[in-house]
Ligand binder design. Structure first.
Ligand SMILES: [Ca+2]
Ligand SMILES: [Ca+2]
Length: 205
């Protein structure tokens, strides 16, 4: 289904590139949006198209990606989709980051001093950085119970639990995030490779 949609997308794109120069200029682009909406309408029974003003704005936005060249290439369109996806991920992650900072503010002064000292030492000492990173990777692998290279939600919860226990051992205190927050992190990290369920080390880093 997805592949079929992509093929149709590419075919429509090419058909709308009337002068075959590899980019859609404004008129070609506006026609493409119309054709593509029509395809979706046939496929899903309904599809909503923005008004002319909105579609012109989309053209201007995509065109900004390669400002030296007039027209929107398929590559521009793909980059734009990538940017939009990352903005959505950021929107999901920002409130989670805020929670982490709020929790850290509740740490004792000594704990904060310890964490800052550790961060500074890590920055200055590549060996220490490597050691801590290796430990992190080892813990990740340990929690990947079925060894398929990704952590599922349940495996990720175990990872979090263990990671916080380790922090507690190192810093003297650590605050475990509530379960819904851990689930939020999982969902946000999972968006990096939405076609595959489970988060890889790469998604997380
Ligand atoms: Ca063209
Ligand atoms: Ca796994």
């Amino acid at each position: 289904m997805f592949k079929q949609m992509m093929n149709e997308f590419v075919t429509t794109w090419k058909a709308c590139d009337v002068n075959k120069d590899g980019v859609l200029k404004r008129a070609e682009f506006l026609n493409f949006i119309e054709q593509n909406t029509e395809n979706n309408r046939k496929r899903f029974g309904e599809a909503r198209m923005g008004d002319s003003h909105e579609n012109n704005n989309w053209y201007d936005a995509y065109n900004l990606l390669t400002p030296t060249k007039e027209g929107v290439s398929m590559e521009d369109f793909r980059s734009a989709m990538e940017i939009i996806r990352h903005l959505i991920i950021r929107k999901t992650m920002e409130p989670l980051m805020r929670e982490v900072f709020l929790r850290m503010r509740k740490f004792k002064k000594e704990t904060m001093a310890k964490i800052q000292e550790e961060m500074k030492a890590e920055e200055e000492n590549p060996e220490l950085y490597k050691k801590l990173h290796d430990e992190f990777v080892a813990l990740w692998k340990e929690c990947d119970a079925n060894n398929d290279g990704v952590l599922t939600m349940d495996e990720f919860k175990v990872f979090n639990q263990k990671n916080f226990e380790k922090q507690k051992a190192r810093w003297g205190e650590s605050r475990m995030p509530p379960e819904d927050e851990v689930e939020g992190w999982y969902r946000a990290s999972n968006m990096f490779t939405p076609s595959k369920d489970g988060i890889s080390l790469q998604d997380f880093e």
